[in-house]
Design a protein around this ligand. Structure first.
Ligand SMILES: [Zn+2]
Length: 148
């Protein structure tokens, strides 16, 4: 699932729920639930990744994800400051963390590798024509809910 969706949903959870503990739990659980919704992540070399060879992503796709990340981070930071509510930033960080953890895929710790396998296995993919519009719609709904 696109990182911006995890970031914005985490921010929304932080905005609406008045407990760091609950924000932590709900932001983490919803990350894995969202990953299980059929989505389009582009071809990031899932087969190779699963065999421990790491990601194999086209540069254009990396740029796309960096842009989504920056938009999500910008909205989150602006809202955190506007509402003077650090839970918004906290929720976004927690919600994004399971994917950020993927960046250390070269670490061979067996518990970490088990986590990577779990995180990879729960992904459900959809073809572009279904997965892209669905994620765009979710992103726009989340932005609407955050700035209303
Ligand atoms: Zn994920």
């Amino acid at each position: 699932m696109w990182n911006i969706i995890h970031i914005l949903l985490g921010a929304l959870i932080g905005k609406e729920i008045n407990s760091y503990f609950l924000v932590f739990i709900i932001a983490l659980v919803t990350h894995f639930l969202l990953d299980h919704v059929p989505h389009w992540d582009g071809d990031y070399g899932k087969e190779g990744f699963f065999k421990g060879k790491g990601f194999n992503v086209r540069k254009g796709l990396i740029l796309f994800y960096v842009c989504l990340f920056l938009i999500g981070a910008f909205i989150t930071l602006k809202l955190t400051l506007k509402e003077n509510n650090p839970r918004i930033l906290f929720g976004a960080l927690i919600s994004a963390s399971p994917d950020l953890a993927n960046l250390f895929y070269k670490n061979k710790n067996k518990y970490y590798q088990k986590y990577l396998n779990f995180h990879t296995k729960i992904q459900r993919e959809a073809r572009f024509l279904v997965g892209f519009p669905l994620q765009l719609l979710i992103t726009l709904v989340l932005i609407f809910l955050l700035v209303r």
